[in-house]
Design a protein around this ligand. Structure first.
Ligand SMILES: [Zn+2]
Length: 70
């Protein structure tokens, strides 16, 4: 894991019955990162589904996911 921010924030959010939306990327990076919540703009038949957005950097400490915090 790159940093412990997700774990730290999740522990605080747990008191509010909440947790961050996490994504586990397959393949190139075994590190877990955060997934930004997205919303589908136009709904209905034939409309493409909303895509997932994955964060490249930790929003709490700024470390790039996939790199060890030295
Ligand atoms: Zn962090």
């Amino acid at each position: 894991m790159t940093c412990t921010c997700i774990q730290t924030v999740n522990e605080k959010l747990a008191t509010l019955n909440t947790r961050l939306t996490q994504a586990w990327k397959m393949g190139d990076s075994p590190d877990e990162g955060l997934m930004l919540e997205t919303d589908q703009i136009e709904k209905g038949r034939g409309k493409p589904k909303a895509v997932a957005v994955f964060l490249t950097f930790c929003p709490f400490c700024g470390v790039k996911y996939g790199e060890d915090a030295a």
